[in-house]
Design a protein around this ligand. Structure first.
Ligand SMILES: Cc1ncc(COP(=O)(O)O)c(C=O)c1O
Length: 428
């Protein structure tokens, strides 16, 4: 297979901005690779995204020129590293419309951000009669921490049902919520079906009942504009590596007043203001650092923060509305083409406004892993299995599924290649 055609707008590069995935591709060195003799087609973006050279360069430059520990030393390098790391927090705050850096805690990823809230908030606040409400479409990282803690604190975890097409059953959600519900923890976008939940509506209902709202934004923040004030969420968790940044860096957004009240998750250096030994009491008296450092114990992932800042600048230069529109176009195109093959079943809802760029499907008579391995032979990377969302597969009566997920650098020609390969699998 030859490389993809240059986009006709390339010659206008300097004159006007056009969202061109063909131009964007040039920024991603990995896309030049061949796998099994075929140009790499990367459709596993919901698992992690590829990285543009701007992000790679920013991280490289940090280690070549500015590397030092932050908030500790008085020397120049430490000042530079501290400035970059704080600037990264500011950049994230602006990106999701938070009030400021104090509402942005850097974590290892979505999983750690959810665990932070689950442990810090639950251990202090929940009692036996309380409830936490999730949905059946959650990723395991928004299920397991709550189940672990409910064993310890004996509160109840409830699950709002989903409909047969994978959409949230809002009636079931409203029936499940009550004055006992203290927190609603729900994904913005399903990592299996790409279904976009109406977070504004969910937050309104939850707040009416006096419950807090934690949103898993792992599959939304990288793909669409997300405004924490507009949505009125209390906490939002997301991962840098799914939005062009390196692995090992993620974000917990929390409303300032809630983070102020919350106890730290991890203890250690950096998250304290003062630790003084009191001989009379035979113990140390500790006061916490200011936000967000109270939640960032130990030496943080400074290079990762720098990479995340570069990734956000890159996404902003593309425009998040453009990112969303591009993925929508690709998804509609792929769904239209897949319809021609009766032996392929896709699991997405009819209503287009509720979907993002993820397509789960199965091929008749084939296990999802066999399909993924077959596609790998053609250089096409897709995910197979449960995608860390086993309860949703159970609810939809699926053994497993194949998942193709798109991002800014994917093009229609790659979808055509996917379809060609899927036609061949049928002949086996
Ligand atoms: C919806 C959702 N939540 C949480 C996670 C966990 O993210 P991470 O592994 O980066 O912590 C993922 C990752 O696939 C996800 O898709």
């Amino acid at each position: 297979m030859t490389s993809f055609p240059a986009h006709p707008k390339i010659k206008h590069k300097k004159m006007i901005f056009m969202f061109s995935p063909y131009l964007i591709r040039e920024d991603f060195p990995i896309l030049k690779r061949k796998i099994n003799g075929h140009p790499l087609i990367y459709f596993d973006n919901a698992a992690t995204s590829q990285k543009p050279r701007q992000v790679i360069k920013a991280v490289k430059e940090f280690y070549e020129k500015h590397n030092a520990n932050i908030h500790r030393a008085v020397h120049t390098l430490s000042h530079e590293a501290t400035e970059l790391y704080e600037e990264a927090h500011e950049e994230v705050a602006k990106f999701i419309n938070a009030r400021g850096m104090e509402e942005i805690v850097f974590t290892r990823g979505t999983t750690e951000a959810i665990n932070l809230v689950a442990y810090s908030w639950t251990l202090r606040n929940l009692k036996t009669e309380d409830e936490v409400l999730l949905s059946l479409m959650e990723h395991h990282s928004n299920i397991v921490p709550w189940e672990i803690l409910s064993e310890i604190k004996k509160f109840k975890v409830k699950y709002a049902d989903v409909n047969g097409d994978g959409t949230l059953n809002y009636e079931a959600f409203e029936e499940a919520i009550s004055r006992r519900t203290k927190m609603v923890c729900i994904t913005h976008v399903s990592n299996v079906t790409g279904i976009v939940n109406d977070i504004k509506r969910i937050a309104r209902v939850a707040h009416d009942y006096g419950a807090l709202v934690l949103v898993d934004g792992a599959q939304s923040v990288p793909h669409m504009p997300v405004d924490v004030k507009g949505l009125d969420v209390d906490f939002l968790a997301f991962s840098g590596h799914k939005m062009l940044a390196p692995t090992g860096i993620g974000v917990l957004y929390g409303k300032r007043e809630l983070l102020e009240e919350l106890d730290p998750f991890h203890g250690g250096g950096e998250m304290i203001r003062d630790v003084s030994y009191n001989p009379a009491r035979g113990r140390c008296i500790i006061t916490w650092n200011t936000l967000p450092w109270k939640f960032e114990a130990g030496t943080p992932n400074v290079g990762g923060g720098v990479g995340l800042m570069a990734a956000i600048k890159y996404l902003k230069s593309l425009g998040m509305e453009n990112v969303k529109a591009h993925e929508h176009t690709l998804t509609e195109y792929a769904l239209k083409r897949l319809k021609d093959y009766p032996y392929i079943t896709v699991y997405v809802p009819e209503e287009t406004s509720t979907r993002s760029g993820i397509i789960p499907f199965n091929v008749d008579d084939f296990d999802s892993h066999d399909v993924a391995l077959f596609l790998d032979g053609y250089g096409i990377m897709v995910r197979s299995g449960f995608h860390c969302a086993q309860p949703l597969h159970q609810r939809l009566n699926l053994h497993s599924s194949v998942r193709a997920s798109f991002y800014v650098y994917n093009v229609k020609e790659e979808i055509d290649r996917l379809i060609e390969a899927l036609k061949e699998i049928q002949q086996l």
